[in-house]
Design a protein around this ligand. Structure first.
Ligand code: KIV
Ligand code: ZN
Length: 404
């Protein structure tokens, strides 16, 4: 019989924008920027803020310490390799955090053992036992990560996780470090490890996915199905190489498709998502692509006439989320060559311009000529089209145009 405690419905959100996210090439932040971001992440409602990797540089140590000092609600994590000097640097940096988390990691795949660590499996197991126990001696909560878990031998992986738990880890993270896994495989790996990590009923499994094959969000969601109750994510999907799973996508998938996730819930205030995304883009200098899910400027913009017509009639025809729920002011209609007469007259009406009959025909002809040439037709252009058409049409028809 399965004696483990049932899985929680609370899904912990571990934000690593300030650590893995900052490892995005060209995405480093100033200390002041990290503090501004940390305050906003706390306000957003994340459960853990990973503030940095203190052993990496004195600047990273100072920023981690500064973040630890100002975060009021969330736990603050610092990363360390399973190396005593790293653990000491991380523990020092978060000693003033209200709720510190020491996050230690070692690679477990044979590729990493052979070429990077040049250690045997036994040596890795011994080092995990020793260093996780040392980390636990600082009296902080311990998360253990098995780097490159998805390319590790499953028996060895489960064995390492058990040793980490016996030595004091209460969260075990199974990263898809190189973004190699497929959703079914990733879920199966969580089930496998969950069945075998027997020493700690209170262990939380965590998912950490990279987006090399564009599967980071799908894999993170699959891990929840496999028993993960913490997800490691970044704002705008920042992170090494192709990035990490974007917080906004994972959180909104769970909220929008609640029925598919049982009782799972996060504590994220989704109305803060766009504000947070814009802030991180400004602080890192890494712009968000227009068609990025949830937080891209096109995420709730409609250009095609058929879509505009549908949304005007009933928004759920082409919108599965409410833009205000993620922090946008509203949906946006973009006028371009795909917009059609209906979209044009709707926008004209919003601008206070009512056009009918031959006037509308003339306006539409002028509009489509510009739309074919320029990508988008702005409100200013629409007003000048209206003024031009007004000047051209005969007196009776002019009555059909009202410019307020
Ligand atoms: O991708 C990864 O494996 C990591 C670990 C250090 C958690 O970022
Ligand atoms: Zn990572």
């Amino acid at each position: 019989m399965d004696a483990r405690r049932p899985l929680d419905s609370a899904l912990r959100v571990f934000d690593t924008t300030l650590r893995d996210g900052e490892q995005s090439p060209g995405g480093s932040m100033s200390l002041e920027g990290k503090l501004e971001a940390a305050r906003q992440l706390d306000h957003l409602g994340v459960d853990v803020i990973e503030a940095g990797f203190p052993a990496a540089s004195p600047g990273d140590a100072a920023a981690t310490e500064a973040v630890a000092g100002i975060v009021e609600r969330a736990e603050v994590a610092a990363l360390a390799r399973c190396v005593p000097s790293d653990i000491e640097a991380a523990a020092r940096a978060i000693r003033h955090a209200r709720r510190p988390v020491l996050h230690v990691f070692v690679a477990t795949s044979d590729i990493h053992l052979k070429y990077k660590l040049r250690r045997s499996r036994t040596e890795v197991l011994d080092s995990v036992a020793e260093t996780v126990a040392y980390a636990a001696s600082f009296g902080m909560r311990i998360e253990f990560s098995a780097e490159d878990a998805t390319r590790s031998d499953l028996d060895f992986l489960a064995c390492v996780c058990n040793v980490a738990v016996r030595s004091g880890a209460t969260t075990v993270n199974l990263p898809d470090t190189v973004g190699y896994s497929l959703p079914d495989e990733y879920a199966a790996m969580f089930r496998y490890v969950r069945e075998r990590v027997t020493d700690g009923d209170d262990v939380t499994l965590s998912a950490h996915c990279h987006d090399d094959l564009g599967l980071a969000t799908a894999n993170t969601l699959a891990a929840i199905e496999g028993g993960a109750r913490q997800v490691e994510v970044t704002i705008n999907g920042l992170g090494e190489r192709a990035g990490n799973a974007p917080l906004e996508e994972v959180v909104m998938a769970i909220k929008t498709r609640a029925g598919a996730f049982g009782t799972i819930e996060t504590s994220i205030n989704t109305r803060e998502l766009v504000r947070t995304s814009e802030m991180i883009a400004r602080l890192t200098g890494l712009a968000v692509q227009a068609n990025k899910a949830i937080v891209g400027t096109n995420a709730f913009a409609h250009e095609a006439g058929i879509h505009q017509d549908g949304v005007i009639k009933e928004r759920s025809t082409y919108e599965i989320m409410v833009p205000e729920d993620v922090g946008w002011e509203s949906s946006r209609f973009v006028l371009g060559k795909h917009s059609g007469r209906h979209g044009l007259s709707h926008r004209l009406a919003q601008l206070g311009i009512t056009a009918e009959g031959p006037v509308m025909d003339a306006m539409y002809a002028a509009f489509i000529e510009i739309a074919d040439r320029d990508k988008h037709v702005t409100d200013e252009t629409l007003r000048s089209i209206a003024a031009d058409v007004l000047g051209q049409v005969s007196a009776p028809s002019r009555d059909a145009v009202v410019v307020r």
